[in-house]
Design a protein around this ligand. Structure first.
Ligand code: GDP
Ligand code: MG
Length: 170
């Protein structure tokens, strides 16, 4: 699971796992540079990567992040895919495009997870999501719209993750 700092990653992990305050939501974006690993029902591992795109991060930290990511998408076997989070309200940033290029180059299956759907009015939701999909050239079938606040899309996300796991060659 990967996304810009503050995109709602920790909150979504908690909603996904159905537990509260397991993944800590922090007030200091960009600080967590470790990869948290969750064993989900002994079925698969969910990797919680550090958020990217936060300005106040040192060059050393950036390099460490790139190595971590390269190790995960480049050499790990049986990686089912990347859950890539973007905030419904924000057009994709240069950092997002760079992340897409990295995942694409590695051939990692990507599921785009749009977060914080509750932050835009229902009537405008489709329009916001469509413009993100267009900017990233991603198909609707490769995308899940979620809100950890209301629980919207969390069931769909679980189903999409199951589909990714089932597609892993054994
Ligand atoms: N309204 C709303 N706020 C959210 C949602 N998910 C996360 N947030 C808020 O967004 C901020 C960043 O969330 P966090 O999970 O710490 O982001 P992270 O840096 O990506 O791990 C926090 O203030 C959360 O309460 C959501 O679905 N809806
Ligand atoms: Mg977090």
């Amino acid at each position: 699971m990967i996304g810009r700092s503050n995109v709602g990653k920790s909150t979504l992990i908690n909603a996904f796992l159905g537990r509260r305050m397991l993944a800590r939501t922090s007030r200091s974006p960009g600080k967590t540079q470790t990869c948290n690993v969750y064993d989900v029902d002994a079925r698969f591992y969910l990797l919680d990567l550090p958020g990217y795109g936060y300005a106040k991060v040192s060059k050393t930290q950036r390099a460490a992040f790139r190595r971590l990511l390269a190790g995960i998408v480049g050499t790990r076997r049986r990686l089912a895919g990347a859950l890539w989070l973007v905030d419904v309200r924000h057009p994709p940033s240069p950092d997002d495009h760079a992340m897409q290029a990295t995942l694409g180059a590695a051939g990692t299956p990507v599921l785009l997870v749009v977060t914080k759907a509750d932050k835009v009015a229902r009537g405008k939701r489709r329009e916001y999501v469509r413009s993100i999909l267009e900017a990233l050239d991603i198909a609707e079938s490769q995308c899940v719209v979620t809100s950890a606040e209301t629980g919207e899309g969390i069931g769909d996300l679980r189903e999409s993750v199951t589909a990714l796991l089932e597609a892993v060659p054994s």
